[in-house]
Design a protein around this ligand. Structure first.
Ligand SMILES: Cc1ncc(COP(=O)(O)O)c(C=O)c1O
Length: 482
């Protein structure tokens, strides 16, 4: 389909106009609830008559895609089935530190995440189709033949110097001064978070996290014998400062762990002013901040968001990330810039995993150095933005009234509030019977308060099977509404 300029000549002209508008909706140029371009404007852009555009709009109205509003024009129909509105934050005010116990559900979900016969909406990842497979094969061959000894030997902490240098350059692009020597390569972000927690806290200590928060973080806190203190978080702007200050004032908090950029599962993006305020607040109370930025490079806007580390003038932020969401989760390549806790993190790293994979470090260092990473990111961001927006549209069509859908500005996930009374675990089991994976909201909080929420991954391209799976999922949700 042609996306700009004039329409092509194969179909009826009004069909081509419809396709053009649909493409604008699917690629996110037109969002649900937006006003469609005026008849006159589109007729000028596509060089077809106003009556052809009108005919196309009426056709789209019949399909439920557009909605005509008297005196006002056509709008992208938000409530095709349900109102596209983002879930509101749950403000619980008071919170208590808790133990987290979800072992059985975690095990089940890990199994389905690796089953390729199940529609891929459960795990938070981009699919193979969006990974730079050919380039990685080429660089892997290249590195192992050029540097066989370095590729196959131990690469002791802090890790490969060239990779650390590349990561340091990326910090510098964000205006953060982190030297290669201050970075430790880890086995994914999970190890970076684990080492950071162990460096700043011990059993019984209270760790503030966002609510909802990623279940593997809750599980890590549980396994380290620490207590998670969940603080209300807004699906658009991240942590709620009233709740946070209340928690800090009333409890003996040892550390805080946040995902300011495109939090998992909310997709929330903390405004820069809030990142600054957060660091200041913790500085006043002398509390370390563990920052997880695995989705920071996957922004949909024009500029990469900053990180809390940008506002850290006394080295209290432990900055963790990985290449799992952008290059390959299987490479298990992450890092931590631990600030004043660097030395303790080194000790934990040496003691717990001796080294990180050598070949992958060499491959990534070259992938970044040669500019391939930035080119790949441009492509990946575009694909994810399109897929997430199209996912919202399809869910809005398939799910019943009362569903609310998040509107993330980056990453690959949607956080969905199901109509009242629909239990995410019922949906999870029913969907599995149809080979569809979902992530039940209940596991994103030790309080189990997100019973009628689910998280859906939109990382995979919308091939027909996946579109059909959303349709089926919608029917299942309908069947669960009393
Ligand atoms: C916010 C966040 N942090 C960390 C991780 C784990 O990353 P890694 O696979 O690099 O250990 C994930 C994966 O889902 C995540 O969403």
């Amino acid at each position: 389909m042609q996306r700009s300029g004039s329409v092509n000549k194969k179909q009826y002209k009004y069909d081509q106009v419809s396709d053009y508008v649909m493409a604008m909706i699917e690629n996110g140029t037109l969002k649900l609830g937006d006003r469609a371009p005026s008849l006159r404007k589109l007729s000028q852009i596509l060089k077809v008559s106003i009556s052809t555009i009108n005919q196309a709009y009426v056709q789209l109205e019949d399909k439920g895609v557009l909605q005509a509003r008297p005196q006002s024009g056509f709008y992208i129909n938000a409530d095709i089935q349900c109102t596209i509105d983002t879930p509101k934050p749950i403000i619980s005010g008071s919170c208590q530190p808790r133990n987290v116990r979800f072992s059985k559900l975690f095990e089940d979900i890990s199994k389905i995440s690796n089953n390729t016969r199940i529609a891929p909406f459960a795990a938070a990842k981009a699919p193979l189709e969006l990974m730079p497979v050919k380039a990685l094969i080429r660089e892997t061959r290249n590195m192992i033949s050029r540097y066989p000894a370095a590729s196959l030997d131990y690469c002791y902490p802090p890790g490969d110097e060239k990779l650390r240098h590349q990561i340091a350059l990326r910090y510098s692009d964000m205006g953060v001064n982190v030297a290669a020597d201050e970075i430790i390569i880890t086995n994914g972000a999970t190890e970076a978070l684990s080492l950071s927690l162990q460096a700043v806290a011990k059993r019984g200590d209270i760790i503030v996290v966002e609510s909802p928060t990623l279940f593997s973080v809750l599980r890590l806190i549980e396994k380290l014998g620490m207590l998670a203190l969940e603080v209300d978080t807004d699906p658009a702007t991240g942590i709620n400062f009233d709740s946070l200050e209340y928690a800090l004032d009333t409890m003996d908090v040892t550390a805080m762990l946040v995902v300011p950029n495109f939090n998992n599962p909310l997709g929330s993006l903390m405004p820069e002013a809030n990142k600054k305020r957060l660091v200041q607040l913790l500085q006043e109370r002398n509390i370390p901040l563990i920052e997880d930025d695995v989705y920071g490079d996957l922004y949909f806007g024009d500029e990469r968001p900053g990180i809390a580390k940008c506002y850290d003038n006394d080295n209290r932020v432990l900055s963790c990330s990985s290449f799992s969401k952008t290059i390959s989760p299987g490479f298990r390549m992450g890092w931590v810039a631990g600030g004043k806790h660097h030395a303790q993190i080194m000790e934990w790293k040496q003691a717990s995993s001796t080294a990180s994979p050598s070949l992958q470090q060499l491959v990534l260092a070259e992938f970044l150095r040669s500019g391939q990473y930035d080119r790949h990111l441009m492509h990946l961001r575009k694909a994810l933005k399109f897929q997430v927006e199209k996912g919202r549209l399809m869910i809005a069509r398939a799910f019943p009234q009362g569903t609310l859908i998040s509107d993330p500005q980056g990453g690959c996930m949607l956080w969905i509030k199901l109509p009242d009374g629909v239990n995410c675990l019922d949906l999870y089991s029913l969907a599995l019977e149809h080979n569809i994976g979902t992530m039940p909201g209940i596991i994103f909080s030790a309080t189990r308060k997100f019973r009628n929420y689910i998280r859906l991954n939109c990382g995979s391209p919308w091939i027909e099977e996946n579109e059909q799976a959303i349709q089926t999922l919608g029917e299942l949700v309908h069947s669960l509404v009393n």
